[in-house]
Write a protein that binds this ligand. Structure first.
Ligand SMILES: Nc1ncnc2c1ncn2[C@@H]1O[C@H](COP(=O)(O)OP(=O)(O)O)[C@@H](O)[C@H]1O
Ligand SMILES: [Mg+2]
Length: 389
């Protein structure tokens, strides 16, 4: 069925793993970004490329099966020998690291601080503690920072980046700018200036200008709060010689030709619409979505199912099924047929929605019978992402 949807075409993401230094998997929440990222990394090591998969929030069982601890961002190396136990023949080690947003931010501060005292001031700052762990967008931004850090590491040939489980794929690309808007807004800067000039703050300014900012920063109140905001912003500017500049640089790096983008979607109108919009956003920024992965496609039944066929199927199992079992099976089969018919309708639109000249590689991955929990399932997904002909 999957082949039928594509005729004789069987695209592969394998070339992307060779051509690009960083492959970013983006898409709406829950479509399979983490699964696709880990599977792609598996493909890379099978092809002999030393891969690092930066994963974000993997399901616990997947994390366990990859040997990742629940917390912490230590790199974990999976040897070819270990993968061989699951039937995967890898020619290079697979490294996996779970993004720890706060730790990445802390490391950034530590690396750029002009002195130990300046570093400690930032790390102890309550606004920093909030922004580094809880502010929306920080996770995406730190994922980007992490990539730029490991990109310099010669132990890896390719880096596969999973992106945060947000509701919108679009949030990813704009993360640096949005983070800056939240923590370095005109209102905060005006406040900093006021504080620097007068040594105290104006209640009026606080009431008017900061209301919006405080909404973003949350309910951190108490003595010295405004001073902490000011200290935080001046601290960051001191750290990076203008944090905004740093964010712009990070943004720009992600628009470079070493970066490839895999847009992941499920065969639903909403996910595909979002994928389409994300591909459009990439194009607007002078980039292309290199590949589209439509994940969790339901294989359709080869022919319409009859009640007789259901009876026969259950009979062949030879068990004592309860009364009405064939009818229930028939109902389930018809519901399944409806789902697959709807999906086939959606997939028929793929070429129009994602013309090959804008998204050169399109791959379908079937819905597996169970969740993707380990190397065996990952390698099944991997076999669809880069089929061996
Ligand atoms: N092809 C597939 N078949 C069956 N289950 C899948 C498939 N792809 C992903 N899943 C499951 O769907 C859930 C969401 O996948 P995940 O990769 O965590 O999505 P995301 O990272 O986009 O939020 C997980 O439980 C995962 O095991
Ligand atoms: Mg995920």
């Amino acid at each position: 069925m999957l082949d039928r949807a594509y005729g004789s075409m069987r695209d592969s993401l394998a070339p992307l793993l060779v051509e690009k230094r960083v492959v970013v998997c983006a898409g709406a929440g829950g479509v399979g970004k983490t699964t696709v990222a880990a599977s792609l990394a598996l493909n890379a090591v099978v092809a002999g490329a030393r891969a690092l998969c930066i994963t974000i929030d993997p399901a616990r069982r997947l994390a366990n099966s990859l040997g990742l601890p629940a917390i912490g961002s230590n790199e974990h190396q999976i040897s070819p020998d270990w993968l061989a136990r699951y039937g995967v023949v890898a020619r290079a080690p697979l490294s996996v690291v779970m993004l720890d947003t706060k730790r990445t931010f802390d490391e950034l501060v530590t690396r750029h601080a002009s002195s130990d005292a300046a570093k400690q001031r930032i790390l102890d700052n309550r606004i920093y503690q909030y922004v580094s762990s809880s502010l929306a967008g920080t996770q995406s931004y730190m994922a980007m920072e992490k990539v730029l850090e490991v990109k310099l590491d010669e132990r890896f040939d390719v880096i596969v980046l999973d992106t945060p489980p947000m509701s919108h794929a679009l949030d990813f690309l704009g993360a640096p700018e949005r983070l800056m808007d939240a923590i370095d807004s005109p209102a905060v800067r005006a406040l900093v200036q006021t504080l620097e000039l007068s040594g105290r703050f104006s209640m009026n300014l606080l009431a008017k200008g900061l209301a919006a900012v405080l909404k973003g920063v949350g309910r951190i109140t108490g003595t010295g709060f405004v001073e902490e905001v000011a200290e935080f912003v001046t601290g960051l500017n001191d750290l990076f010689g203008g944090f905004r500049q740093r964010a712009t640089d990070v943004s720009r790096a992600f628009r470079g030709s070493e970066f490839g983008y895999v847009v992941v979607a499920t065969p639903t109108p909403t996910a595909l619409k979002e994928a389409h919009y994300f591909a459009w956003r990439l194009r607007e920024s002078g980039m292309n979505a290199n590949a589209l992965v439509v994940n969790r496609v339901h294989p359709s039944l080869s022919e319409p199912v009859s009640l007789e066929a259901c009876r026969e199927a259950l009979g062949s199992l030879g068990q004592g099924f309860r009364e009405g079992a064939p009818e229930r099976l028939l109902r389930a089969a018809r519901e399944h047929a409806q789902v697959t018919a709807a999906e086939q309708g959606i997939l028929a639109e793929l070429d129009a929605l994602f013309p090959p000249e804008s998204v050169p590689c399109r791959v379908l991955v079937p819905a597996l019978a169970a969740d993707v929990h380990g190397v065996v399932e990952l390698s099944r997904v991997a076999s669809y992402l880069a089929p061996t002909r």
